[in-house]
Design a protein around this ligand. Sequence first.
Ligand SMILES: Cc1cc2nc3c(=O)[nH]c(=O)nc-3n(C[C@H](O)[C@H](O)[C@H](O)COP(=O)(O)O)c2cc1C
Length: 379
Amino acid sequence: MQAAVTRKAASVTDYRALAKARLPHFLFEYVDGGSYDEVTLRRNVEDLRAIALRQRVLRDVSAIDLSAELLGKRWSMPVGLGPVGLSGLYARRGEVQAARAAAAANVPMVLSTVSACSLREVAACGHVPWYQLYFVKDRGFVSHLIARANEEGCSALFLTVDLAVPGSRYRDARAVGGRLRRAAEVLARPSWLWDVAIRGRPISFGNLEPIVGKSAPLADFQRWIHDNFDASVSWKDVAWVREQWKGPLVIKGVLDPDDAREALAHGADGIVVSNHGGRQLDGALSSARALPSVANSIGGKIPVLADGGVRSGLDVVRMLALGADFVLLGRAWAYALAGRGEAGVAHVLKLIEAEMQVAMALTGCASIAEIDEALIDRR
Ligand SMILES: Cc1cc2nc3c(=O)[nH]c(=O)nc-3n(C[C@H](O)[C@H](O)[C@H](O)COP(=O)(O)O)c2cc1C
């Protein structure tokens, strides 16, 4: 059964199955899981999938243009790889592989603060990613991270604000075992052991080595976040970042129209409507539900990005119809990376592009600009 899936991954769901088969159990649970009862994680997927699109006919869709502009550049489609922590462990030097796939597809990638590969290592592949920043308590170190992003030539900074404290994740708590159990789970996945744990060394947080050291605190990652992330962070810190970062600043993790207006007032150049993939406040609205009112509150003044539950090109079109200008993938690309490395990420991007083409053709849209709320069938 698994071999058949391996040969014929045709969707993000297939890549999830591949990721499950390939990653040690504790790592798959980390990628796949959400917080508490995973209500918001499920809502993200289900609310988006429940959006009915209006089928339209006879509108000459022989030439469809998927390209879209964001933050000063034209991309092949309004889709990017969002920041996913520890993705360098899903495949050997995973963030570099993902960046190569993103470069080949001409889509942006946002590198997580808690990536395994450092920004320098990823940038060296020729596709300098955008950089995602978390606030740790040591502000000197936050300044250092911003300076590093500047030095590497990152053209945008994504400040993630929905993780003042980490949401409890039952699945992670259950999956965390002692050394022996962890070793047994690794031994049960020999191809991952060889590819990542042995040939993919060092296993560290490339960007955080100055404060964490050479070995990532994997055994108790949530605890480490709890101890080191800064719960006192507030809008005045956004102003503090703004002073140090002169390029585009995107606030990631906005779900409420009032917060969207604050972001605008504090000089954000974009926002990401997101609940961290259902990994933080369980019970929060899905991104799909929150998006229209947040987009309305921004009123087209800055780009509105969205993520959460996107598993296909149809889902991308749905997010655009709900008011997003650009869509970020999370687990969709992480599963693909775990399943088949760079080739998997490249394949998922191709699938999404092809699915968008079909969705746009059958809803009568020849360009991204034509996608709006009129595409949603409310009958
Ligand atoms: C395993 C995992 C790690 C993540 N790490 C980060 C991170 O380091 N920084 C961040 O801003 N968001 C992080 N996110 C959130 C994603 O950027 C994105 O908001 C979310 O995955 C979207 O939901 P989806 O995966 O259902 O598409 C992570 C998500 C997952 C699944």
